[in-house]
Ligand binder design. Structure first.
Ligand code: NAG
Ligand code: NAG
Ligand code: NAG
Ligand code: NAG
Ligand code: NAG
Ligand code: NAG
Length: 206
């Protein structure tokens, strides 16, 4: 009787362990979000979804899921990691909002959306763009407070926000960015910025 119960027991334990293992494996997969080229594709498709006006239907045709994203117009990939490193859609006649999914382009180093008609505020998910060096958003209709999370983009060298509809002042902690000496901050609608420790204006137009 006792041995029979033990038999049932010893069979039961490994099953529980296997189930527990499978459960944990599933949980781990769900928690650790792996960003790869597929994430980049879904991020760009979500970005496209929030574009409400595309003058020549250019993105509608060119950004086709049938073509690899690295061949899409305005998209540049790094040939080693095969991840999106640059998105340049300047002068494309686009209108719409900037999708929060942009924040998932974790290898992005350059973002140029200048001279379009993007509106709405900048999604705070952009704070995840830890490799970003250049953000150029001049000549759009972007509104809201100038984000304070720019200070977390520690690789940022160039930030251009001129001719938008931002309110407020850029946070003084922008001066905490270590690459600041190379930062070309061109926000002429807010005047010229001075580094607190120097008399050299940071204002710089390119
Ligand atoms: C962005 O697109 C999604 C659908 O992909 C939509 O649900 C959302 O409302 C859009 N956001 C804006 C601000 O247009
Ligand atoms: C998208 O644009 C790129 C760059 O202009 C071009 O090489 C490619 O053939 C276009 N793809 C499609 C599907 O239109
Ligand atoms: C984006 O493309 C435009 C037009 O081709 C070019 O003038 C600009 O320098 C590019 N931006 C970056 C950041 O390379
Ligand atoms: C990407 O970003 C969106 C919005 O910020 C988020 O909901 C989603 O889970 C992210 N991850 C992937 C893999 O798309
Ligand atoms: C810019 O902001 C002002 C004041 O907040 C508002 O009246 C105007 O409609 C905005 N313009 C655009 C293009 O968003
Ligand atoms: C920026 O540096 C100052 C001191 O130099 C510190 O008080 C402040 O908390 C820092 N801000 C951020 C956002 O790191």
């Amino acid at each position: 009787m006792n041995s029979k119960r033990n038999g049932v027991h010893s069979h039961f334990v490994p099953t529980v362990l296997v189930l527990l293992y499978l459960f944990m494996a599933r949980t781990t997969i769900a928690v650790v979000e792996v960003h790869n080229i597929n994430t980049d594709q879904s991020s760009l498709l979500a970005f496209k979804d929030n574009i409400s006006y595309d003058a020549n239907d250019f993105l509608a045709k060119n950004w086709s899921a049938k073509t690899p994203i690295c061949k899409w117009f305005g998209v540049t990939c790094d040939s080693f990691h095969l991840r999106v490193t640059s998105l340049n859609l300047s002068y494309m006649g686009l209108a719409g909002t900037i999708s929060p999914h942009l924040g998932n382009l974790s290898f992005l180093r350059k973002l140029d959306l200048s001279n379009n008609a993007f509106h709405g505020s900048l999604p705070s998910e952009m704070t995840q763009l830890r490799r970003i060096k250049l953000i150029r958003l001049n000549f759009n209709h972007i509104s809201g407070e100038i984000p304070s999370w720019f200070v977390f983009l520690t690789k940022l060298k160039l930030l251009e926000l001129r001719y938008n509809n931002f309110t407020g002042m850029i946070s003084h902690s922008i001066f905490n960015i270590t690459s600041l000496q190379k930062l070309n901050l061109a926000v002429t609608n807010f005047g010229v910025f001075y580094h607190p420790t120097s008399s050299t204006p940071l204002h710089y137009n390119i």
